[in-house]
Design a protein around this ligand. Structure first.
Ligand SMILES: NC(=O)C1=CN([C@@H]2O[C@H](COP(=O)(O)OP(=O)(O)OC[C@H]3O[C@@H](n4cnc5c(N)ncnc54)[C@H](O)[C@@H]3O)[C@@H](O)[C@H]2O)C=CC1
Ligand SMILES: O=C(O)CCC(=O)C(=O)O
Length: 423
């Protein structure tokens, strides 16, 4: 008998509700390991912290922060830190759980964790941003560490924030601990290739999926939602392969150009002011993004974006989940019924954590690899994982998402079983 979690009541399409539904779907494929499945339905540890800072105007502001360690059966917790006004404990729980599945899917020696602060970082000065980052790091310092839980960048966090986190943790323990976070700047123990790794993984898995569908990337029309680290890099790589980026949406709005957007001009503008400031496309209402005629759809923003209604109307034949949790379960079913292939987040966007793993290994060995070596190893890990998942999907006639969960959950629950319970 298991008690219900007392601190969260997920709804069907909420991030945690979506995750639970994804786990339920894999149970028939777990064999005797299914008796351990409840392990995956609750986080191992969830920390809520108060983050007080003095604002530039002298007032004291309090923000709520989280670090959730979902599962550590296979190794230390691993996963990013998000700064966003909508961050909740429930969302961070789901994001940490998806990390557990993702690290196991690509067979990295990690569990899953994630963190976040409910704050709009765009409203903070640089000094306030540094203060909130450092205070949050100190507060979660009781559960993170190079051998216990290793944060990394996620939405609205970057190399500078990882540098402050590394410095704060190092000051608190009294020695430089580069391995406590990944996604750091290069001269602070960062790795070549990390900035582009997630977008690169989306491209590598997407190229293989397109090949298997018989879709030529040259001339393929792509719509990208979210034009930050993941979306813009994936778009660039697909454009280099001959595809046309016909629609892009970010938090400022949506632009469309059926002849293909000029990324060399768009990317620097989007990084500074948002895509809406770009003059080389038509500005359309946000909902029209989902109506844009395209062959490939790349959600690379937030959770819950592909709803049942949007799944029904998309013309895409292939969905590449750059974001975590972008598709709600009802939409997943509609896409499957309509024959739209979905490469799920837990494999599609695993390139980032894979190069984070390389960074962590390089930090411990104090020996750094060149970018070609990183990319060759990244591509190999992504392709091996994808091929194994595809074989599992073919064998059981299931979606790539359920197949990824089957491969990953077997690894996680086998580790759980082999470790045993005390006494
Ligand atoms: N950075 C990384 O290495 C990884 C990120 N991811 C996931 O990829 C997604 C994007 O992350 P990043 O690119 O790192 O974040 P980012 O902060 O660099 O970019 C986020 C993008 O989403 C856009 N956005 C935010 N709210 C939006 C809305 N309501 N509608 C449309 N666009 C919106 C922003 O304008 C921005 O273009 C997230 O789901 C994240 O968890 C997954 C794996 C690794
Ligand atoms: O690089 C990492 O360790 C984690 C990245 C992340 O948060 C994610 O894959 O969603």
């Amino acid at each position: 008998m298991s008690e219900k979690l007392s601190f969260v009541s997920p709804t069907a399409n909420s991030p945690w509700g979506t995750y639970l539904s994804q786990v339920d779907r894999v149970v028939p494929y777990l064999g005797p390991l299914a008796r351990w499945v409840e392990t995956l339905k609750r986080p191992k540890r969830a920390l809520i912290v108060d983050v007080p800072i003095e604002m530039d105007d002298g007032t004291i502001a309090h923000f709520e922060g989280y670090r959730v360690q979902h599962n550590m059966s296979r190794g230390p917790g691993k996963g990013g830190v998000r700064f966003h006004p909508d961050v909740t404990l429930e969302e961070v729980m789901a994001l940490s759980a998806w990390m557990t599945i993702k690290t196991a899917a690509v067979n990295l020696p990690y569990g899953g964790a994630k963190g976040g602060i409910r704050v709009d970082p765009k409203k903070l000065s640089l000094q306030e941003l540094e203060k909130i980052t450092r205070r949050y790091t100190s507060e979660i310092g009781i559960i993170i560490g190079p051998h216990t839980d290793i944060p990394a960048p996620d939405v609205n966090t970057n190399g500078q924030i990882m540098a402050w986190m590394m410095d704060t943790y190092s000051m608190n323990v009294g020695g430089t601990a580069t391995g406590v976070v990944t996604g750091k700047p290069l001269h602070l123990g960062g790795s070549l290739g990390r900035v582009k790794a997630t977008g690169r993984g989306v491209f590598v898995t997407g190229r293989e999926a397109a090949r298997r569908l018989g879709m030529d990337l040259r001339g393929a029309r792509i719509a990208v939602q979210g034009f930050g680290n993941v979306g813009s890099v994936a778009a660039e790589l697909f454009a280099e392969a001959g595809a046309k980026i016909v629609a892009v949406q970010d938090h400022t709005g949506t632009i469309v150009n059926t002849n293909g957007l000029d990324l060399a001009t768009l990317i620097p503008i989007a990084n500074k002011e948002g895509v809406i400031a770009f003059k080389g496309g038509d500005v359309v209402p946000n909902e029209a993004f989902w109506d844009t005629a395209c062959d490939i759809l790349i959600p690379a923003a937030l959770e819950g974006q592909i709803t049942a209604e949007r799944a029904q109307k998309t013309t895409a034949k292939l969905v590449l989940e750059g974001a975590n949790g972008p598709t709600v379960p009802t939409a997943d079913d509609i896409l499957a019924e309509r024959g739209v292939l979905v490469v799920p987040d837990v494999i599609c966007n695993a390139g980032g954590v894979t190069v984070s793993y390389f960074e962590w290994v390089q930090d411990f060995s104090s020996f750094f690899w060149d970018e070609d070596e990183i990319n060759v190893r990244l591509d190999r890990i992504m392709m091996n994982a994808l091929n194994q998942i595809w074989d599992t999907a073919d064998k059981h006639k299931i979606t790539l998402r359920t197949a990824t969960y089957a491969v990953a959950c077997e690894r996680i629950l086998m580790a759980r079983q082999e470790r045993g319970l005390y006494p």
